[in-house]
Every structure is written in C-alpha cells, then in structure tokens.
Design a protein around this ligand. Structure first.
Ligand SMILES: Nc1ncnc2c1ncn2[C@@H]1O[C@H](COP(=O)(O)OP(=O)(O)OP(=O)(O)O)[C@@H](O)[C@H]1O
Ligand SMILES: [Mg+2]
Length: 246
C-alpha cells in the first residue's frame, strides 16, 4: 500500500529538504517508486538538492489549476529511474490548496511513497501537506529555539488528525551535547513529545553534496547518508536500532 509522508518543522533551515532528498533517494535505491513533492510554495529548492533543477517549467500549481496532468508535471530522473520530483509553484492562490490532498491520492496510485517537503512553520504548507499525509515527520535540531517550535508543529499535526507523527533530530554534534552545552536527544523527546525515527549527525557532506547537486547517498555510506538509509528502512517497517553518533 502506498504511503504519503509530510516532512515539516517549526523553525526554518533545520534540514527538511535535506532529509526529503536523502530519504527519497534511499527509498528509490531500495526499488520503491518515489515521488518527492516540493510544497515550499515560492521558495522551492528540492530540485537543486535532488540534482533535478531546470528540467521542467511545470509544477503542482499547474496540476491543481487543471493545466497539466500529474504525469506531465512530474520530473523524471535519468540516474535513478524510480525517483520523480514534483516542483512547487512560485505562487498559488490559496483556493487551490483544497485540491492538494486529492492530487496526492492520485499520485499514490502511481508511486509507493510520496514524500512532501514543507515550508517551515505552522502555516499553509504544513497544513496542506498534513491533510494529505499518512505520516508526518517533524525535523528539529537540538537548539532550544527549534525544539519549542517543533513541539508546536507536532501539536498542530496531531490536531489536524495526522495518523502518525514522528520526529527526526538533525545536525547533532555530540561534542556540544555531551558537555550539557545544549539539550540532548532525550530532552528533545521530552520537549517535542513525538516518537523518534532518526538522529542525523552534523555532516559537511550534506552541504557539499547539495551544492554539487548530487544526492549524498551516491557519495557516502556513513554519517548522515547512513541515517537517511536507516530512516528509509524504518519507513518501510523494518526494525532498525538507532545509531550511536560519535
Ligand atoms: N545533517 C546535516 N549536517 C550538516 N549540514 C546540514 C545537515 N542537514 C542540513 N544541513 C544544511 O543546513 C542547511 C539547511 O538545510 P535544508 O535546506 O535542508 O533545511 P530546510 O529545513 O529545508 O530549510 P527551509 O526551512 O528554508 O526550507 C543547508 O545548508 C543544508 O546543507
Ligand atoms: Mg526546505
């Protein structure tokens, strides 16, 4: 059965797009048909991180307005055949938001996983994506500012009726948390109140691969790349112990 997954956050810049790109490429490499959907209206960038920029002028606004079919709007990938991208529009009238869920339902007939990259915050994008999602992943860092906003994002997703809400802790730097200089992962669970599905270390290769427009899993098999792979395995239902970050 297909699954739709919204990836959101409270605070911005915490790593949602990196997680969507990493986990989508892992699921595709495992043989699943994956549609990565950019839902950051006006500020899309998932295309760059996936290495699929400038491949189409179409986006999901065209689908919702009835100007293009989903199959036409989707970007197909030459390197990873079963990973496709649906871009976000630069602008979209809010009256079209109601159609987003229906569009994702149709996408689920074509793909095993639809992974939706939200804009930061508790606004339109998270609400639209959550209403279309079987599962919501809230990405947070261990900064106090991010944790408080993540707790609000989890609360919103639960209140909107998301069937499952989980958390990814990103950019973990043990040298800082070990000396109690920042909250640790246990504190994050207490504050955010969501089940943990991944703890991603700070890893320069996330930044470097995004700037090179090359998926990180083609460059590395440890660090953040390994955690993205483990998150993908948990998504498909495998029991994978959390990795200790050194
Ligand atoms: N684990 C990591 N280690 C190092 N850098 C990271 C990691 N995860 C993300 N980054 C970097 O952090 C920055 C923000 O990441 P990203 O764009 O994925 O965040 P975002 O939550 O999608 O941001 P926005 O809220 O603007 O959409 C990027 O430069 C990215 O390369
Ligand atoms: Mg983003």
């Amino acid at each position: 059965m297909s699954e739709s997954i919204a990836v959101g956050s409270g605070k911005g810049g915490v790593g949602k797009t990196s997680v969507v790109a990493g986990v989508s490429t892992c699921l595709a490499a495992m043989g699943y048909r994956v549609l990565a959907v950019d839902a950051d209206i006006g500020l899309r960038n998932l295309d760059i991180v996936l290495g699929l920029s400038d491949m189409t002028a179409l986006d999901f606004g065209d689908v919702l307005r009835g100007n293009a079919t989903l199959e036409r709007a989707v970007v197909y990938n030459n390197t990873t055949e079963n990973l496709c991208l649906l871009n976000a529009p630069f602008s979209l009238e809010e009256s079209y938001d109601a159609g987003f869920g229906k569009m994702i339902e149709s996408a689920k007939e074509l793909f095993d996983y639809c992974i939706i990259d939200c804009a930061a915050g508790l606004g339109r994008s998270l609400r639209m994506a959550t209403s279309a999602a079987d599962r919501v992943l809230i990405v947070t860092t261990l900064d106090k500012t991010s944790l408080r906003d993540s707790a609000l994002a989890v609360e919103l997703a639960v209140n909107l009726g998301a069937p499952k809400v989980e958390m990814i802790v990103n950019r973990v730097r043990p040298r800082i948390t070990a000396k109690a200089k920042s909250p640790n992962v246990d504190d994050a669970i207490d504050i955010v109140r969501a089940q943990l599905i991944g703890v991603v270390p700070e890893d320069d290769r996330v930044i470097i691969s995004a700037n090179r427009e090359i998926p990180i899993i083609t460059q590395a098999s440890d660090g953040a790349a390994l955690v993205y792979y483990n998150i993908a395995r948990r998504i498909i239902g495998q029991q994978v112990p959390l990795m200790k970050i050194k």
